[in-house]
Design a protein around this ligand. Structure first.
Ligand code: HEC
Ligand code: HEC
Length: 316
């Protein structure tokens, strides 16, 4: 914050507090004539008496003014940090590495960062619980209703913005409940995906390789025929001949390959849409699905519990 705005905020805050003190002083020092007597104004037969403010109220008001000044002095305001250097959080961090460095630096300075303090407290309380869960195999955990509830909450906090709160996904973000897997649906594969993330950069633009628009059209016709769509037979036959380019990842039968993260093209479940237009777009322009890695954000034990939740969705 610039010095100008900092002084503006500090000045404004002090003026308001001191203004309140001034008003309080004005009303407790009697300037209106004799206490307990009628005041000179009257409205509809109602008379105001010159009575002092209740003592308890006056003291409370005075105490809150002192409290306010003390609070600002200790916790800081605008650019003034106060003796404890209290902050709600390290706000100007853009990456995990920066955040970790900031936590350490503030700790070294002896500053009180509320968020870090609460995270440390939560770690102490919850880490043993997660460690106990992490000691059990995923398929055992997937049958433990308590663990699943915990996993579901972690999922909603961390994964739902992409995969949906019910994990059914959306365009470009796979459905995790349907037993159709890009990278494999075994316990180990699910956990590996969540721990380390997946960068599906293999689906390049194939337009040039296929010889332009006509080639793309033919392959798209063949791909659509795999899931039983009615297509131009001539195009599909020509497309089948070209599908060898695709087979290295999607398999000769088009059923996909987990090691490549290449989806099954025959099952009518589409990550990016199954219309002619969407498939043409996939083939002509390529797709890059990126699943972030959670190892450093959530840590192994929490990932283990979320894995059990995800596993439970398609293994009832
Ligand atoms: C920023 C968006 C985003 C977030 C957040 C996200 N994912 Fe993903 N996830 C993706 C994308 C995109 C893919 C598909 C990657 C691909 O195309 O190969 C994916 C793939 C997956 C897969 C593999 C699906 C398959 O068919 O093999 C699993 C499992 C998964 N995510 C679980 C999670 C979990 C659990 C979380 C929360 C800890 C999470 N994801 C958070 C975007 C996200
Ligand atoms: C080098 C490996 C590789 C090759 C070769 C390849 N693909 Fe893909 N393809 C992928 C991957 C990986 C994805 C998933 C991309 C993602 O998750 O973002 C994909 C996705 C797709 C999709 C989208 C599927 C959906 O569910 O929306 C279509 C369609 C597709 N490929 C068709 C083709 C065709 C046709 C060819 C041949 C011309 C081809 N691919 C060649 C790896 C490959």
């Amino acid at each position: 914050m610039s010095t100008f705005w900092s002084s503006w905020i500090i000045g404004g805050t002090l003026i308001v507090i001191l203004g309140c003190a001034y008003i309080l002083r004005m009303v407790i020092v009697d300037t209106m004539g004799e206490e307990g007597k009628e005041m000179p104004h009257k409205f509809d037969g109602i008379v105001e008496m010159n009575n002092p403010l209740p003592k308890w109220w006056t003291y409370m008001f005075a105490i809150s003014i002192v409290w306010g000044i003390g609070y600002l002095a200790l916790y800081g305001v605008a650019n003034y940090e106060g003796p404890w250097q209290w902050k709600s959080a390290n706000k100007i961090v853009y990456s995990l590495a920066e955040s970790k460095a900031a936590v350490l630096a503030e700790k070294e300075k002896g500053a009180i960062i509320q968020y870090d303090m609460e995270m440390a407290m939560a770690k102490e309380t919850f880490d043993p619980i997660f460690a106990a869960y992490a000691a059990k195999p995923i398929d055992v955990l997937a049958k433990d209703p308590e663990a699943i509830k915990v996993g579901q909450r972690l999922f909603i906090q961390n994964c739902s913005q992409c995969h949906g709160s019910d994990a059914r996904g959306q365009r470009g973000f796979p459905n995790l409940t349907d037993n159709d897997w890009l990278h494999g649906g075994s316990m180990e594969k699910i956990k590996e995906t969540i721990m380390h993330g997946r960068n599906s950069t293999a689906m390049a633009s194939w337009s040039a390789v296929l010889g332009g628009e006509q080639g793309v059209k033919e392959v798209v016709a063949y791909v659509r025929s795999l899931s039983g769509r009615k297509v131009n037979a001539k195009d599909a036959t020509a497309g089948k001949a070209k599908f060898g380019i695709c087979a290295g990842c999607h398999g000769i039968d088009g059923k996909g390959m987990h090691v490549m993260g290449a989806p099954n093209l025959t099952d009518n479940i589409w990550l990016y849409g199954g219309s002619e237009r969407a498939i043409t777009d996939s083939v002509a322009n390529g797709r890059i699905g990126i699943m972030p890695a959670w190892k450093d954000i959530l840590g192994h034990d929490k990932v283990h519990v979320i894995s059990a939740y995800v596993y439970s969705l398609s293994n009832k």
